[in-house]
Design a protein around this ligand. Sequence first.
Ligand code: ADP
Ligand code: ADP
Length: 232
Amino acid sequence: MISISDVKKIYQSKSGPISAVDGVNIDIGQGEIFGVIGYSGAGKSTLIRMLNGLEVPTNGTVNVNGQIVSKVKGKDLRQARQSIGMIFQHFNLLWSRTVLENIQFPLEIAGVSKKERLRRANELLELVGLDGRGDAYPSQLSGGQKQRVGIARSLANNPDVLLCDEATSALDPQTTDSILDLLVDINKRLGLTIVLITHEMHVIKKICHRVAVMEQGKVVELGDVLEVFRNP
Ligand code: ADP
Ligand code: ADP
């Protein structure tokens, strides 16, 4: 489903080149929940942003569902992105729009009819457990509810892959667990492949099948979660 081959990302900065991702190889299977863990600055968010073309690798290739994301541009890139959903630490909701309007936003961009947009948005609202809150504004919701809206929006175009960028890092432990339960539910129900980055071991242990540990742009360990985090 996802193949990251010999990927490097070098940023140019005033103090010289920064090697953010340095020769990473990862293959992720369909339906897998794959976690990337590491300290701040390890290169996690650069890596996940290369999966949907938000960053372009300096070297190597990123293949998602048969598309070489690292090569496609313009219309093809926009199309590839529709099959890749993403959720964020700070939700990235539009604050002047209601919950239902936020969920419909990607469908609007994809040119889906008004009637179909509304039908789909209501279906997604139910899927994430927010029935009845469609007319609320994000500011009226708790953090966990905001992330549920983020998840519903990310699923609007029926993606094959969901990318989660520190999706629970702004939430308290109890809310984190309920969001992680929802992700597992979606993974099982829709067969969605999930790639998440986090600095929290608990998140990896709770829902991931496999994990890569990143340090200074490199993958220093990769394997089944139970294997990588076994007690000595
Ligand atoms: P993480 O997500 O693990 O915290 P990042 O991918 O954000 O790691 O960052 C990896 C390294 O790349 C860090 O040293 C960071 O300062 C640097 N970096 C990230 N984005 C940029 C950028 N746009 N320009 C320059 N350096 C960057
Ligand atoms: P939180 O920390 O609760 O997530 P933030 O202030 O970080 O809230 O905002 C979350 C997201 O919503 C950010 O991506 C930000 O750009 C966006 N945002 C915040 N305020 C507005 C606004 N008035 N209109 C549109 N977008 C907004």
